[in-house]
Design a protein. Structure first.
Length: 253
């Protein structure tokens, strides 16, 4: 739908100075389409165009789109200004009850990323929760946008100290990545390693060391010379040192 709007009715999309992705273009479909009729198959669509487009897009939606686009451009070098713009773009949006919406989802992801970067994971959780559920509704659970939102959601809980919740979210992400990228893909193995760290934070050090050691072995075999292997080994060494400091008695793993 978004690609159709970009091809035939791009004039109705507010200019932000950057290319508009299809999922944001689709937000403006109601301005030029009167009806969408679905046929026998998902690709059998009949579009009924309005005789004339509706008046200029709702001012609030237009302002929000511009705020999100500006925030994206400012995020790297001016994170505080970008965060304020994203807060403004989400004014009146309750992440606990708001329906899935492409623009709100994009703003929520950007805001959560900034909150994590600025050291405020607890403030990010409400928006990562919304983004996670919204991306699933918009794209399905294994779409790259949904996997990114899930990863962000898990990271927010982990950094906030919610290790049990983080552990389950990382397990879910690992399952999705195993299906979409393969069990030995770098991202899949990286999430297995992070899952082990969440287990260690929960006090399950033996299980954490076993998972991490197995992951290192697989990563070294499948991706020789990859720098992530050394980072995983450092984490495993850190777990061993933590166990020693706490007086744990474990057999070598």
């Amino acid at each position: 739908m978004g690609r159709t709007i970009l091809r035939y009715a791009a004039r109705v999309i507010p200019s932000t100075g950057a290319p508009t992705p299809p999922h944001l273009a689709a937000v403006h479909a109601h301005r030029v389409l009167a009806r969408i009729t679905v046929g026998a198959t998902p690709t059998d669509l009949t579009l009924t165009w309005r005789a004339t487009p509706t008046p200029v897009a709702d001012r609030i939606d237009t302002e929000r789109a511009q705020q999100v686009a500006t925030a994206r451009n400012l995020a790297l070098n001016h994170p505080l200004r970008a965060r304020q713009l994203l807060h403004d773009s989400l004014t009146g949006i309750d992440p606990a009850t708001a329906p899935a919406h492409p623009l709100h989802t994009e703003a929520a992801i950007l805001l959560a990323e900034l909150q994590l970067r600025l050291g405020h994971p607890a403030d990010a959780i409400a928006w990562t929760t919304y983004a996670h559920h919204a991306t699933i509704q918009l794209h399905g659970p294994t779409h790259p946008h949904s996997l990114h939102a899930l990863h962000l959601h898990a990271a927010a809980h982990r950094r906030a100290g919610h290790h049990q919740r983080a552990y389950h979210l990382y397990r879910q992400l690992a399952d999705h990545l195993t299906k979409t990228e393969g069990p030995h893909a770098p991202r899949t193995l990286a999430i297995h390693a992070t899952t082990a760290l969440a287990l260690h934070a929960l006090g399950h050090c033996q299980a954490a060391r076993t998972i991490l050691a197995d992951t290192i072995t697989t990563h070294r075999r499948e991706h020789p010379g990859h720098p992530a292997t050394a980072r995983m080994a450092q984490h495993l060494s850190g777990i061993w040192k933590d166990c020693a400091a706490k007086g744990h008695k474990h057999e070598d793993t």
